[in-house]
Design a protein around this ligand. Structure first.
Ligand SMILES: [Zn+2]
Ligand SMILES: [Zn+2]
Length: 339
């Protein structure tokens, strides 16, 4: 796709299958807000032509000679990473997303070996090293699995890192693609989950997703009732907002993990964290092993994303609707409509 206002069809050829590669026929690809940021070059790092998409699910159609983990016909997923250096401390610790030599993201990044840049999942095929391909169990609806590859792991990883389990009180800020997965995953881990939202209309939705409580953050009394309340908060908001408002809801030694990327740097008075030993933290997707663990967890607990399946010809309209927050909660492209 080219540098234009709208996404347009573009023909290109994938690299040929190397000994450790698998060729995947893409069945579905989720639409992440990051895709829109890259198409619009909001981070100033987009390489064009740009093929977005890092919530990819499909079926293996060819394997290289040395591939041992997959065979033709396997249902698989590919998320935000397609390679990393594999030698640095973080790669050795299964934290490929934090590769010290720069992880290879699924699109708009120079290919690690060879020329050209990576092209993502709004496409009928992808070639990927088997070490960055995930196994998907067949008990879940495949289109609904796609968003787990980014939105799912982005919320799963911090919940696991901070060992969230039964007895913990977890707050989720923002009910979008990330937030709705955060609610489902935290509830499945046994936590008491509270949805924090500015919109009263979200209460019914939050209940349906499995939230135990709802706090309307424009209501002073409700906000007062959760001061010093949470063990852990996931803040999924990517619009500019006041972190302190939510940090004050953490109990002593509580942690807030940010997974949204606001444009303006936040101001956090040290006193608000020091006097209660609170932590403000960040988290980026997850490593490959942890992403597999998340998919297995979702398979076991029957967790998928709530999606709206679209024809790829409606992609530009979908982008407009995402920018207006008008989606519950993830658009997924049906790649059969590409033909
Ligand atoms: Zn994403
Ligand atoms: Zn590395």
């Amino acid at each position: 796709m080219g540098v234009s206002e709208n996404l347009v069809p573009w023909d290109f050829t994938r690299r040929s299958v190397r000994p450790h590669d698998v060729l995947v026929e893409i069945k579905y690809c989720g639409i992440c807000h990051t895709d829109i940021h890259f198409v619009r070059n909001d981070f100033g790092m987009s390489a064009y032509p740009l093929v977005p998409g890092h919530e990819i699910v499909g079926v293996v159609t060819e394997v290289g000679d040395s591939v041992s983990k997959f065979k033709v016909g396997d249902t698989v997923g590919i998320g935000c990473l397609v390679d990393s250096c594999r030698e640095c401390k973080n790669c050795k610790d299964e934290l490929e997303q934090y590769c010290l030599n720069g992880a290879t993201y699924t699109y708009s990044i120079p290919e690690r070996h060879g020329d050209g840049i990576t092209y993502g999942g709004y496409s009928d095929q992808i070639v990927c090293d088997e070490d960055f391909v995930l196994r998907i169990e067949n008990n879940l609806t495949l289109a609904e699995v796609a968003p787990l590859l980014c939105a799912g792991i982005t919320t799963y990883s911090p919940l696991r890192y901070w060992k969230i389990s039964e007895g913990h009180k977890v707050g989720i800020v923002g009910l979008g693609g990330l937030g709705h997965m955060g609610v489902k995953l935290a509830a499945a881990m046994g936590a008491e989950v509270t949805m924090l939202s500015t919109s009263p209309s979200k209460k019914a939705d939050a209940d349906k997703l499995g939230a135990h409580k709802f706090v309307l953050t424009t209501d002073e009394a409700q906000v007062q009732s959760v001061q010093g309340y949470f063990d852990f908060i996931i803040d999924t908001i990517s619009a500019d907002h006041d972190y302190n408002f939510y940090i004050s809801m953490l109990k002593t030694r509580g942690t807030m993990a940010c997974v949204g990327l606001p444009n303006t740097p936040a101001q956090v008075p040290a006193a608000n964290i020091i006097f209660h030993g609170r932590s403000l933290s960040g988290s980026l997707i997850g490593g490959i092993a942890e992403t597999q663990e998340m998919l297995d967890f979702c398979s076991k607990h029957n967790i998928t994303a709530d999606i709206e399946l679209i024809n790829i010809k409606d992609i530009n309209n979908a982008y407009e609707r995402i920018e207006k927050n008008d989606v519950k909660y993830r658009f997924v492209i049906d790649m059969a409509t590409l033909k």
